[in-house]
Design a protein around this ligand. Structure first.
Ligand code: HEM
Length: 487
């Protein structure tokens, strides 16, 4: 494994921010202790050996679990022998009730067909075409923050709002005629209902045991489905009548076709994937942005460098282009190294296998944990330090592909990877251009809490300093968001 190529040797680094995180355990937990820790905050269950060994196999509450952190062995698991591993029952139990059979939870032939059909929607060309929506949402949150100069804001909420704003603008360019805010409200209610992960899901109670989360999801789920049904129906009618459909993910899903069979997606599949994009894309991106703001608030030099980049890169129309923001992008990538929004991924072996020298029995669980991998002692130099320079173009190539996996890898790699990296980079640049955010003076220690994603426990209160740049560029180009015409 490589050891030191990931930190530029010539960098002068008098100060490096090393965020406080739960210390790896040095002693095994009792069964009860493990259950309690896993329920309260699963990232506190990792042992020191996980951060030091390439592979750790153990019998535990979930049966035999093998944690793989060697890039070559991860490549074997995710690429070379990917067909022997499926998403495990644990993930399916958690995901399927909320998301229907969208791309994230489908398996087998159904997944293959959907992936082939949907992949072109997230092509570089399409993702670039969404940068306008991302800029409009970024400029909007920047203006909202600048107006609060001298006050405190809950940064985690602001970042959630902006990521939902981006999804709304890119999935349904135009909302519902009868009620412009219905889409936003439906999404929020739906997410609130499926949000909390039920401990019973994690520890394998059979499916017929009623779950509070699932019961609560029903009415909100129905309301959301009605809203999406109406949007699909009206959009289909518009395209059938020869009207010009807006360029957004809904139109792209409705007109997508499988390059092998020519088949399109059914309305049910379109719906399941809209729900999936929202659920998979909003909290992950929002948390990445929130952690970036936290790290920057503790690292004055990186923050100043980002501000200088944003000041220089902003266009006369008040928009940013991704290519002009290498440092902002590096900040996002380094943030997702230290605080990966998806802290672990698990797979189940279909047949007996061997990963390196370790036997993998059929049906046992194999995990890749970005939380562990990204701080692994054998892979990274100064692993706990926030060093965005690692990800600048001149250093990026020395990071082994399978040592850095915030978006997973192989056939089931995140389909929204470039979408969300572009979104987060552009939004971060807007925020840095408009305001400077400091941690509130009386803030308790910021601790990562692993729910479905990794977030700061209790949120992130920040004090806003208006940089006085609002209005410096022409930001008047925002078209009406929703309800302004036929969808
Ligand atoms: C920072 C933001 C994001 C992170 C860190 C992230 C992370 C991930 C990871 C780790 C996986 C793979 C899970 C596994 O292998 O078990 C995944 C899959 C997926 N993600 Fe993302 N994601 C992000 C944003 C998005 C966005 C914006 C969308 C959609 C617009 C999206 C849609 C999906 C879908 C559909 C899958 C399933 C792909 C498949 O199984 O074929 N994600 N994501």
């Amino acid at each position: 494994m490589q050891t030191d190529a990931t930190l530029p040797r010539d960098a002068v680094t008098p100060f490096r921010f090393r965020p406080e995180v739960p210390k790896p355990r040095t002693q095994d937990l009792s069964l009860f202790g493990f259950l309690r820790a896993a329920r309260e905050n699963p990232i506190t269950t990792w042992m020191r050996s996980h951060f030091e060994q390439p592979v750790v196999a153990a019998e535990g509450v979930l049966g035999r679990v093998t944690v793989v952190s060697d890039p070559a062995l991860i490549r074997y698991l995710y690429v070379e022998n990917a067909k022997n591993y499926r998403k495990d029952d644990l993930q399916r139990r958690i995901l399927a009730p909320g998301l229907g059979n969208g791309l994230l939870s489908a398996e087998g032939e159904e997944w293959k067909n959907q992936r082939r059909t949907i992949a072109p929607i997230f092509s570089a060309r399409h993702v670039t075409s969404f940068s306008e929506s991302m800029n409009l949402a970024g400029a909007r949150v920047a203006r909202r923050l600048a107006r609060r100069g001298g006050m405190q804001v809950e940064a985690a909420n602001e970042m959630t709002r902006v990521s939902l704003d981006v999804l709304e603008r890119t999935i349904f360019t135009q909302g519902l005629k009868r009620d412009p805010d219905a889409v936003g409200r439906a999404i929020t209610r739906f997410l609130e209902a499926i949000g909390p992960i039920d401990p019973l899901d994690v520890f394998g109670m059979p499916n017929f045991v009623p779950r509070i989360g699932r019961l609560r999801a029903r009415p909100a789920g129905r309301f959301f489905e009605e809203v999406v049904d109406e949007l699909i129906e009206r959009r289909r009618a518009l395209t059938a009548s020869g009207g010009e459909a807006p360029h957004d993910l809904l139109t792209l899903l409705l007109t997508a076709s499988d390059p092998e069979t020519g088949n399109g997606l059914t309305d049910l599949e379109v719906k399941a994937n809209i729900v999936t994009f929202i659920a998979a894309g909003h909290e992950t991106t929002a948390n990445a942005l929130t952690w970036a703001l936290f790290c920057l608030s503790q690292d004055a030099a990186s923050r100043e460098r980002l501000e200088a980049e944003a000041d220089a890169a902003i266009g006369t129309d008040g928009h940013f282009a991704l290519d002009d923001l290498p440092f902002a992008k590096a900040v996002m990538e380094e943030t997702m190294r230290l605080f990966p929004p998806v802290p672990f991924m698990s797979r189940q072996a279909i047949r007996d296998d061997r990963i390196g020298r370790i036997k993998i029995p059929r049906n046992s669980t194999v995990m890749v944990a970005p939380w562990v991998l990204h701080r692994h002692r054998m892979l990274w130099d100064d692993p706990d330090a926030f060093v965005p320079e690692r990800f600048l173009p001149e250093n990026r190539e020395s990071i082994p592909r399978f040592a850095y996996l915030p978006f997973g890898a192989g056939p089931r790699v995140c389909i929204g990877q470039s979408f969300s990296l572009q979104e987060a980079t552009i939004v971060l640049a807007h925020v840095a251009r408009a305001v400077r955010l400091d941690l509130a003076a009386d803030h308790p220690p910021v601790v990562p809490l692993h729910r479905v994603t990794l977030r700061p426990q209790g949120g992130l209160r920040m004090r806003v300093h208006d940089r006085g740049t609002a209005g410096a560029e022409n930001q008047a180009s925002e078209p009406p968001l929703v309800g302004a015409g036929p969808a």
